[in-house]
Design a protein around this ligand. Structure first.
Ligand code: AMP
Length: 232
């Protein structure tokens, strides 16, 4: 199938699944993102073309991986700019999957999690979602210590994306090393028919790993952040 330089935007998970099924004679690579794309994302997306015939990029800020005390409501986003950036990727992308809400089941919930420890923004909102994927040992250390619901939310949303897009391969940045290892373990343990590819860290000229949240760093904080890379 010929590559399109700009893909179609799908916002409905049922349409996404229908598209994926209609393309089943091609291999599909999925690159899950939360948007506010930078060159690290774009390199990862370009790499996806080396692993499959079709490339799907998801842009979704996943509420289940944010605790109520975290920055869900202020997480940076600029969908129009993301589209423009995606159009610069050599080979383009075939689908931009941009669901508005992956947890809207039209269910009324009596859940009230306000003030409870170890709940996500999703539970606090009482969406009615109550099934979680946990990679029990790997989620506990490193970032998991300070963010107790983070990896549970990541593993769950990635499992949902795999069920919706049914990719042959999915790519994750080693910048989020623990996340990459957790997804790899989830795929092995739950027999998802998906190959997980880890991609090298893309850095700015000063050595800082590119990240959507870097826009929030003051010059002093940026210098402090650089000490992590330098000490490594
Ligand atoms: P995010 O939008 O931050 O959830 O990131 C989406 C994907 O892009 C994840 O697999 C990240 O690990 C990956 N990624 C983000 N920044 C970089 C980077 N600087 N280098 C390589 N991969 C990255």
């Amino acid at each position: 199938m010929a590559r399109r330089s700009q893909g179609i935007i799908i916002t409905d998970k049922y349409q996404m699944r229908t598209w994926a099924r209609s393309m089943r004679h091609n291999s599909i690579a999925l690159v899950p993102t939360m948007g506010f794309l930078h060159d690290g994302h774009l390199s990862l997306i370009q790499e996806a073309h080396n692993h499959a015939q079709l490339v799907v990029v998801s842009i979704y800020v996943n509420p289940s991986q944010f605790a109520p005390s975290e920055d869900l409501s202020t997480y940076p986003s600029d969908f129009d700019a993301d589209i423009r950036k995606l159009m610069t990727v050599p080979g383009g992308v075939d689908v931009i999957f941009h669901p508005h809400n992956l947890y809207d089941y039209g269910v009324e919930s009596a859940m009230d999690c306000a003030g409870m420890a170890n709940v996500s923004c999703l539970e606090e909102s009482g969406s009615g979602h109550e099934t979680w994927v946990r990679v029990e040992r790997l989620e506990k250390g490193m970032c998991g210590r300070s963010r107790p619901v983070f990896f549970r939310g990541v593993a769950t949303v990635v499992a949902k994306l795999f069920n919706i897009v049914d990719p042959d391969v999915a790519l994750f940045g080693k910048k989020d090393y623990q996340q990459w290892r957790i997804i790899d373990r989830m795929v092995r343990d739950l027999d998802f028919p998906v190959k997980i590819v880890g991609f090298e860290i893309v850095r700015d000229a000063d050595g800082l790993a590119m990240s959507s949240r870097n826009v929030r760093l003051s010059p002093i904080e940026r210098q402090k952040a650089l000490s992590i890379n330098r000490s490594l």
